[in-house]
Design a protein around this ligand. Structure first.
Ligand SMILES: [Ca+2]
Ligand SMILES: [Ca+2]
Ligand SMILES: [Ca+2]
Length: 273
């Protein structure tokens, strides 16, 4: 990721290196959400969560204003008898999000070179020894100022909270979150179901999305419309240290809009493919 100084921006304005739209050029390469294997006396460590988004194109892509959010709904039958509560059936042309974060800056102020990735950390710090991961090299972290329980790591810039309904940090569920990346400028609409306030976006503004659920028999709990992700992925359990990673074929990331095919479980690899 590159934060362009103003002079460099002026020099390339109008040239062929002008940053391009993320649509069709960025893919979610990895989502690590399951939490760390118990270590150093800590059983439920999840501050090492991260999402990696890769520029798979040959173009420089503008990511200022790019948004990322997690879709509403439980990940599976977490408690006996708990039923699907997402919005997939009632709003097939929208994604309904509990939280939305945004890359700060104007569109062309933050860019990704071909093959470069945006690494978004729950906390941009070294998580060892509670986890194997060191996320001090993250592009951005989610920092929640309002509730006083999060740390602002000074070397890792913060995403902007657009809509935040969580507690002291953006904890995506360790049972399996459904994440979507929205193009800069995507119009968000409000939705209040009487219990919770959401933001929704058109599926046309989704750059990429992946449905992760509790286990292989949780299909009924899918949250995302088929046009965004026709399948779903999952790890073997919570606090397994497992990550879901996009399949690579001959070096290229595979994208069939079906994460049952496009994702596989592996070790977290925040700095590589
Ligand atoms: Ca944080
Ligand atoms: Ca920070
Ligand atoms: Ca990776």
């Amino acid at each position: 990721m590159r934060l362009l100084p103003a002079l460099a921006l002026a020099a390339c304005a109008g040239g062929s290196s002008e940053p391009q739209d993320p649509t069709g050029r960025l893919l979610i390469e990895e989502v690590y959400y399951s939490g760390a294997v118990p270590a150093a006396g800590v059983d439920h460590y999840y501050s090492d969560q991260f999402v990696q988004i890769e520029n798979t194109s040959r173009d420089v892509v503008g990511v200022g204003g790019l948004m990322i959010g997690d879709a509403a709904g439980i990940a599976g039958e977490i408690n006996p008898g708990s039923l699907p509560d997402g919005f997939r059936d009632s709003r097939p042309n929208r994604v309904v999000l509990e939280n939305v974060w945004r890359v700060p800056g104007a569109f062309a102020d933050v860019t990704l070179e071909p093959g470069e990735s945006l690494l978004i950390a729950h906390d941009g710090t070294n998580h060892q020894p509670m986890s194997t991961l060191d996320l001090t090299g993250a592009s951005f972290e989610t920092y929640v100022e309002v509730n006083g329980g999060d740390d602002d790591h000074p070397l890792v810039p913060n995403l902007e909270p657009v809509h935040f309904t969580g507690g002291y940090d953006w904890l995506v569920t360790v049972f399996g979150p459904s994440l979507v990346v929205l193009r800069p400028g995507a119009e968000l609409m409000e939705l209040d179901d009487g219990f919770w306030e959401y933001r929704t976006a058109s599926v046309n503004d989704v750059v990429d999305g992946v449905d992760a659920l509790m286990d292989g028999s949780s299909r009924a709990y899918k949250r995302l419309p088929d046009t965004v992700d026709a399948g779903f992925t999952h790890v073997s359990g919570t606090y397994t240290g497992e990550s879901v990673k996009r399949v690579r074929v001959d070096g290229e990331l595979q994208d069939s809009n079906d994460s049952s095919m496009d994702f596989e479980v592996g070790d977290p690899d925040p700095y590589g493919g």
